[in-house]
Write a protein that binds this ligand. Structure first.
Ligand code: GMT
Length: 374
């Protein structure tokens, strides 16, 4: 097939999923064309069948904000015709689904089918904002195919936007060549912790929805009972609050802020436990990447994490904000070496069984066929 993919190129779950999907489809012989304003950050290796088309916007004194959306739609139409694209697969509804709709009206060649993949905040935060609500609903409904990365998100979309269309749930996935438990971690663990200390980790964009202050509250309780260190990976608006909180609680010697990292697969396997106490999480790709590295996860109920983490098997889920329960579960798990090792083994094996790239790419391919021929 000939497929165009548009996503946000910056670090973030939706961009990662779109880029890894492109890599895998190209490996399977499909021709994949990325269309965005910058090279997606995981599009970091040459690969046959994979192309990138940059979108240029022109500054002009009248424009407070150059209209990227129009330039993107124009580029999508141009790339679609030049390469006879059969599908335009857009990740994150705003503004990509709208641009794809416009591009489809613009093309003078055979119209490509539009597939929109919903990732989470495009529905739960941004899309439901009154300024974007109507156009988001319209653009989702105008797509030829709609997928969501969890059943939780599909249900939320139907409820929030009252969408009378079928949404196909296709979970996120991970590349098992990148994410796996490490066997030689003793050599790297010492950078962060003593052999007797547990390593707890968290990875996010430090936005309020991630509740990074809860991560620190949970860690504070853990370190009072057990020797432990905390690795915080990522950057974002709440990082400054997190730093203040760490200082206020006297935890500076026990917490490392690693900032954004390109190769989280080299860091995650060093940890014994991963914390993702988000207020809302459509799927939790970071949690899946931790599980794939053999790291149990503590997260929140009433989010898409219930589809990723198996409570009592490879992690624990608690109501948002219940940091006492999260800490108690963490301490119980870390203190019982046998149970911890069982959880670690289950984490890696369940992640591989349920979310391996091959299985999920098969699902995307089948869905593409259905939308094209069906
Ligand atoms: O988590 C974010 O704020 C970033 C956002 C994105 O678009 O990159 O993540 C969303 O999409 C990811 C990939 O599908 C999901 O794994 C995340 O759960 C989802 N984030 C939220 O729902 C808050």
């Amino acid at each position: 097939m000939r497929i165009g993919i548009t996503c946000y190129p910056v670090a973030g779950g939706s961009g990662i999923v779109a880029t890894e999907l492109g890599h895998k489809l190209a490996e399977r012989g499909h021709q994949v064309h990325f269309i965005s304003y910058a090279l997606p950050f995981r599009l970091d290796r040459f690969q046959p069948n994979l192309f990138f088309h940059g979108v240029e916007t022109t500054a002009y004194p009248l424009f407070k904000h150059p209209p990227y959306t129009l330039a993107l739609a124009t580029k999508m139409a141009e790339v679609a015709c030049e390469n006879e694209l059969e599908i335009l697969h857009v990740h994150y509804a705003i503004p990509h689904a709208t641009c794809a709709f416009l591009a489809k009206q613009l093309v003078t060649c055979k119209k490509p089918k539009i597939i929109t993949t919903l990732h989470g905040t495009d529905i739960t935060l941004v899309g439901s904002d009154p300024s974007y609500f109507d156009i988001t609903k319209f653009s989702i409904e105008a797509s030829d195919g709609i997928t969501a990365v969890s059943k939780y998100l599909a249900d939320e979309t139907i409820e929030i936007f009252e969408i009378d269309r079928k949404i196909r749930v296709i979970h996120n996935f991970f590349d098992d060549r990148r994410f796996s438990p490490q066997t030689d971690q003793c050599c790297k663990r010492h950078v962060f912790a003593k052999p007797t200390e547990f390593i707890i980790s968290h990875l996010s964009n430090f936005r309020p929805v991630k509740r990074t202050l809860d991560v620190i509250a949970v860690f504070d309780r853990i370190q009072k009972e057990l020797p432990a260190k905390l690795m915080l990976i990522g950057e974002g608006p709440d990082a400054i609050l997190a730093r203040r909180q760490v200082k206020k609680r006297g935890l500076k010697d026990k917490v490392t802020f690693l900032g954004n990292q390109d190769r989280v697969e080299a860091i995650l396997p060093l940890s014994d436990l991963f914390l993702l106490p988000s207020e809302d999480e459509s799927f939790g790709l970071a949690a899946l990447e931790a599980l794939a590295c053999g790291v149990p996860v503590i997260g929140t109920t009433n989010t898409g994490l219930v589809e990723v983490v198996s409570h009592g098997i490879d992690g624990f889920l608690f109501p948002v904000g219940d940091t006492a329960a999260m800490a108690e579960a963490a301490i119980g798990l870390l203190a019982d070496r046998e149970q911890l090792n069982r959880f670690k083994a289950e984490a890696a094996s369940l992640a591989l069984q349920r979310f391996n790239a091959d299985k999920i790419i098969d699902e995307y391919e089948r869905y593409y066929e259905e939308v094209l021929h069906g």
